[in-house]
Design a binder for this molecule. Structure first.
Ligand SMILES: Cc1cc2nc3c(=O)[nH]c(=O)nc-3n(C[C@H](O)[C@H](O)[C@H](O)COP(=O)(O)OP(=O)(O)OC[C@H]3O[C@@H](n4cnc5c(N)ncnc54)[C@H](O)[C@@H]3O)c2cc1C
Length: 396
């Protein structure tokens, strides 16, 4: 990789932010022979040398990053009071990738490709020009035909709570090691809702990597984050009282807050700036899952760039009916968070897991959408439909 030499540098593509989405786009471009002559600059302030997150997702086909998958599982456990089920994922696998492995893998791939340059820096301004886009980094300007912007959206500033719903999927997770065999490395504890809900959706999420090693996360879907000690107390409680562990070692920690919102996060800003990742609405509003949607988005952008020289007119291919389902679910979570547990319970009790995955992947037919909607109690949804029709979020 080389560095841009001066402020007049002209690139075909400028990728702003080298996290999940920026690096995904870079990697997809690097694999497309029809784009091999395009000059790409990747701008990222952070060296990306820490394992700052793990990405998990379900998949029923091979993926571009299978080579760096840290672990995969073929069973899910869902637990809530009075209902527990271990579900075989059939043709699906649940997979986890460590952030650091991903950063290194893509950095290596783009370093091997002369079309890429990279720069450590912060873009302070990004604007359309008549022929492209211009980015300001400290005191220099860089122009490109198209810019792809993955800077996190500033939702705190943009927020319109009278119109939209703003929740977070927030969590603290400990990677722990035990001295005896405790975990079943074939089964993800996907959602364990047996703990206190406190009028919100609160569950444990456990990724067992081996019989003696797992990531144990206390996760909430709610409006505000908790003091760190509260997550830690909940994890400790789960380890001691549910798993009956007497001793364990904490070897790593993960924490995060992913926006779950129906605030419009547009796929583009003007003609020459395409938004990526969380900024471009790729975190699914009702679940916070983003990694696979980011990969699909990169593939869609690169296919259009290669075929037509331009990003696709419809940059994401999102479908309004799934946005509506997301909004309804967010409305219920915001208005009546404790019923989230029952909705997920009904989903897992009354649908084959493949249908749930396809629904959450926004691939189901109208008929299957109806089946999914019919599988959950209508009451909370009817009230939220009322709120949506009135154009304002429901309140508790
Ligand atoms: C701890 C954690 C765990 C998660 N786990 C999962 C999961 O298991 N499955 C899943 O599907 N999703 C998960 N997500 C959600 C989502 O996949 C991630 O948030 C993902 O990283 C989003 O990708 P992104 O590119 O939008 O943002 P990021 O990966 O955060 O990348 C944005 C990049 O922009 C850079 N940047 C910021 N400001 C500037 C600037 N001014 N100029 C240039 N660059 C800038 C940042 O340094 C950063 O590298 C998780 C999120 C977190 C926080």
């Amino acid at each position: 990789m080389s560095s841009p030499t001066n402020h007049l540098s002209e690139y075909d593509y400028l990728i702003v932010g080298g996290g999940a989405a920026g690096l995904s786009l870079a990697y997809h471009i690097s694999r497309e022979p029809r784009l091999a002559d395009k000059k790409v600059l990747l701008i990222e302030p952070d060296a990306k040398t820490r394992n700052d997150r793990t990405w998990s997702f379900w998949a029923d086909e091979p993926g571009l990053f299978d080579g760096i998958v840290a672990h995969e599982w073929r069973k899910f456990a869902f637990r809530s009071p009075g209902f527990e089920r271990v579900i075989d994922l059939g043709r699906y696998r649940y997979k986890t990738i460590n952030g650091l492995d991903y950063y290194r893998f893509v950095h290596r791939a783009v370093a091997a490709s002369p079309q890429f340059a990279s720069m450590q820096g912060e873009v302070t301004r990004l604007a359309n020009t008549p022929t492209g886009a211009v980015a300001t980094i400290t005191d220099s300007e860089i122009t490109a035909r198209y810019a792809f912007d993955s800077r996190p959206p500033n939702l705190a500033e943009l927020k319109q709570p009278e119109k939209h719903r703003y929740l977070l999927q927030h969590f603290v997770g400990w990677e722990i090691e035990t001295e005896t065999d405790v975990f079943d490395p074939t089964t993800v504890e996907f959602m364990d809702f047996r703990g206190e809900q406190q009028h919100e959706a609160r569950f444990m999420y456990v990724l067992p990597y081996s019989p003696r090693k797992a990531l144990v996360e206390y996760t909430l879907f709610s409006e505000t984050v908790l003091p760190k000690a509260e997550y830690e107390a909940a994890i400790r409680h789960y380890l001691t009282n549910t798993l009956k562990l007497k001793s364990y070692q904490i070897t790593a920690e993960e924490a995060g807050a992913i926006p779950m919102t129906d605030h419009p996060l547009p796929a583009r800003t003007g003609q020459h700036i395409i938004n990526l990742g969380t900024r471009g609405g790729r975190a699914k509003p009702s679940t916070g899952y983003a990694f696979k949607r980011i990969q699909q988005h990169s593939a869609r952008l690169v296919a259009a760039l290669a075929a037509t020289g331009r990003p696709p007119a419809d940059a994401t291919g999102d479908n309004w009916q799934f946005r509506l389902f997301d909004t309804l679910l967010l409305d219920i979570m915001q208005r009546q968070g404790e019923s989230t547990r029952d909705i997920f319970r009904q989903l897992f009790e009354r649908n084959p897991v493949e249908r749930i995955f396809r629904f959450l992947d926004e691939q189901t037919s109208w008929a299957d959408n109806l089946r999914v909607m019919n599988s959950v109690s209508a009451g909370p949804f009817m009230r939220s439909i009322g709120q949506v029709l009135r154009g304002r979020p429901g309140r508790r």
